[in-house]
Design a protein around this ligand. Structure first.
Ligand code: FNR
Length: 372
């Protein structure tokens, strides 16, 4: 039994029953029109409420911040009300839940933007080999190459920070235990951090500190609204898709870790390289991260229960997030406790659709009842 993984953990001001975190997973099933969390989403998250912490799928903080059709937002009253129904259901089962707040930057397309305008980015550079998901003018959905973005003007940046602030206000009102600032996977904040996607010559570009500025301002806006002990961040220093090729990824992550440690945020969540490619994290980097940040460190990417337990024992992580295993196993914690086999996720139903491949994966009890 992975007893360390199943032991409780205090992260910031939130008590987790165990260290099994449900990773953020975009599932593209929000109600249309309006990108509003709905009853089917409530059922899905409630089924997974035995996780120590659920991190929701990424939720766009504005129409401008959307890169995929049908993902849920957190910028309208209806979206906030929809999320509240999710939070209430998870809390009714004694679960804890963080909202991942998301601006995609250049990983978008005019078809997703208000009035068909161009997506925004630190610099007007197209993300190479990157796709987004749109509904075409004839009504058919399709993956399409991301569009050419325009560079944000300096005067527009306070408005971006304000989007993070407003999203946090809404998350707090909806009852979320934490917000997770999505600074990973090549979206807006990582576009500002990465040396090859940010060619600005103002205070948001150039030096490492300047490239980190927007991320820290977004975090500070979240802290101002919900308190540092309820803020987390997701980083992906090894990420190489979405056109990201950062020559200073590790120094950036370590700089942020030190800055975020000063601020006393609840956790840093590291998305490790996975099917998207990228070099594995080195032991030296893990140790430097641990030395720089005293709060909770969550690692994610291809872990088994045994590997997760071992990393926690080593002290290099405090909790482990599971992505694909959580798609297919609503009772992942119970399965880990029993050493039971896991259901396999079906890739064909990852994005979009209804119950199939979403709320119909059986629990162990259901499997056993069916075979009895
Ligand atoms: C993801 N991942 C992801 N990451 C993130 O930060 N926000 C998101 O919304 C999503 N969406 C998403 C959807 C789907 C279908 C998959 C498979 C993955 C990445 C995810 O959180 C995790 O880092 C990876 O899945 C690796 O962990 P596992 O699956 O190996 O445990």
């Amino acid at each position: 039994m992975p007893k360390h993984l199943l032991s409780p953990l205090q992260t910031g001001s939130v008590h987790l029953n165990n260290r099994v975190v449900m990773a953020p997973l975009t599932r593209s099933r929000a109600a249309q029109p309006g990108d509003i969390p709905r009853a089917l989403n409530v059922e899905y998250y409630a089924q997974r409420a035995t996780a120590g912490l659920i991190v929701t799928e990424a939720s766009q903080i504005s129409r401008q911040g959307q890169g995929y059709a049908w993902t849920p937002g957190i910028y309208t009253d209806e979206q906030e009300a929809g999320w509240k129904t999710v939070v209430d259901a998870v809390h009714a089962k004694a679960g804890k839940i963080a909202l991942q707040i998301w601006h995609v930057g250049r990983i978008s397309h005019n078809l997703l933007q208000e009035n068909g305008v161009a997506p925004v980015a630190p610099s007007a550079i197209v993300a190479e080999n990157a796709q987004c998901f749109v509904v075409q003018p004839d009504g058919t959905p399709a993956n399409v190459p991301t569009a050419e973005p325009r560079a944000l003007a300096l005067e527009e940046i306070p408005g971006i920070v304000e989007q993070y602030r407003q999203a946090t206000i809404r998350a707090k009102r909806a009852g979320f235990d934490l917000v997770e600032v999505h600074a990973a996977n090549g979206y807006l904040l990582q576009q500002f951090m990465s040396t090859n996607s940010n060619l600005r010559d103002d205070i948001y570009g150039g030096s490492l500190e300047n490239r980190a500025r927007l991320t820290l301002e977004a975090v500070d806006a979240a802290i101002a609204e919900i308190g540092a002990s309820r803020v987390g961040i997701r980083l992906s220093p090894g990420f190489v898709a979405h056109g990201i090729a950062d020559s200073e990824a590790e120094p950036m992550a370590l700089y942020l870790a030190a800055e975020l440690n000063e601020r006393g945020i609840a956790y840093i969540h590291i998305a490790e390289p996975d099917w998207a490619g990228g070099a594995e994290l080195t032991q030296a980097f893990r140790q430097q991260l641990r030395a720089a940040f005293k709060g909770t460190i969550i690692c994610c990417g291809g872990y088994t229960a045994a590997e997760a337990d071992a990393l926690i024992v080593s002290g290099l992580a405090d909790a482990i997030a599971f992505g694909r295993p959580y798609i297919a196993n609503p009772d992942l914690v119970a399965r880990f406790a029993k050493g039971a086999e896991l259901n396999k996720p079906d890739r064909n139903t990852f994005y979009g659709g209804e119950e199939k491949g979403y709320t119909d994966y059986p629990t162990l009890e259901e499997v056993e009842a069916a075979s009895a």
